[in-house]
Design a protein around this ligand. Structure first.
Ligand code: NAD
Length: 286
């Protein structure tokens, strides 16, 4: 049986508030969203965007300094923010973050499983079993944990929305990115299966497949490859992107906000590329 027809984020029509800070339309007024990997890059942009639109944020990350500056930024736009320093590979930390949402703000309305790491950037046969385990734990098991643990509090509030941050590399193979691509393809599959199982609960589950966004995740690539090779790889990525440029974290946040909001009340089980056309490119310069 489906949860009641008045589901917020899981199906209810949007309610607008008068809030007007920054880009705010108040789509998330009185709502509570948990964002993992929120201290930096795409996760941070999502947390700030949602807060500007009225949400209270619970942020989980390994980076204590990044969390402190995120909390200050969110407070400066008038939002509430609770931070937890911890590793998304540990089920107890995800549990603690969900509990924090309900104890501090009284509810949970949405979750972004965003925390992730880049892979070893090696040929398939050069990746080690340790690389494999690490990539699975951070990029996949964390999203699986979050999606499991969030169901109860989302259901208690009448439904909600989950957004997984996968990658264009989960849609299309990308040379020397096998482990990364495999984990992100699995996150897309996780999304489809959770969307099926949670639909009757009024919980929508979607995923975002970002194209290249020059966040600190690219620093790892720069270190691994060295400056010259990195520059070549960067140019190649840019050439393959139909719009001819890297994306911006705010462009990912705009799509994330749509998918979490009631504007997407009839959208579940999709993998949305926000990649400047990278995933359909033939590699020719437009
Ligand atoms: P980022 O490095 O800027 O941010 C990732 C955040 O996750 C960091 O704050 C980091 O501390 C946190 N984190 C990493 N491992 C963690 C762990 N075990 N426990 C808790 N927190 C952890 O990277 P980003 O580019 O913003 O990436 C965010 C997500 O977007 C990732 O899932 C990434 O795979 C995905 N993505 C990024 C791009 C891109 O081009 N930047 C493209 C496609 C997908």
């Amino acid at each position: 049986a489906y949860a009641d027809g008045n589901r917020k984020m899981g199906g209810r029509k949007k309610t607008m508030s008068n809030q007007s800070n920054g880009v705010s339309s108040g789509r998330f007024a009185n709502r509570v969203i948990l964002v993992t990997g929120a201290a930096s890059g795409i996760g941070r942009a999502c947390a700030v965007r949602l807060a500007r639109e009225g949400a209270n944020i619970v942020a989980l990350d390994l980076d204590a300094d990044g969390l402190a500056s995120l909390a200050a930024e969110i407070e400066s736009v008038g939002g509430g923010c609770e931070t937890l320093c911890g590793n998304v590979t540990e089920l107890e930390r995800i549990d603690a973050a969900v509990t924090c949402a309900t104890t501090r703000f009284g509810r949970l309305d949405g979750l972004i499983n965003n925390a992730g790491i880049g892979g070893p950037m090696e040929r398939f046969d050069r990746c080690s079993p340790d690389d494999f385990d690490r990539m699975i734990a951070v990029n996949l098991r964390s999203a699986w944990y979050g999606t499991k643990v969030a169901r109860k509090p989302l259901l208690a509030g009448g439904g909600g929305a989950i957004l997984n941050v996968a990658s264009m590399a989960g849609l299309v193979p990308n040379r020397n990115h096998s482990l990364y691509g495999m984990t992100k393809a699995a996150v897309i599959s996780l999304t489809y299966h959770a969307a099926m199982d949670y639909a009757a609960d009024g919980i929508r589950v979607n995923c975002l497949c970002p194209g290249p966004v020059e966040t600190p995740i690219f620093e790892q690539m720069r270190r691994n490859l060295g400056e010259d090779v990195y520059d070549g790889a960067r140019r190649q990525l840019m050439r393959r992107t139909l719009l001819g440029r890297f994306g911006d974290a705010d462009e990912q946040a705009a799509a994330a906000a749509f998918l979490l909001s009631d504007d997407a009340s009839f959208v579940t089980g999709i993998a949305l590329p926000v990649d400047g056309g990278w995933s359909i490119s033939d590699g020719q310069t437009p």
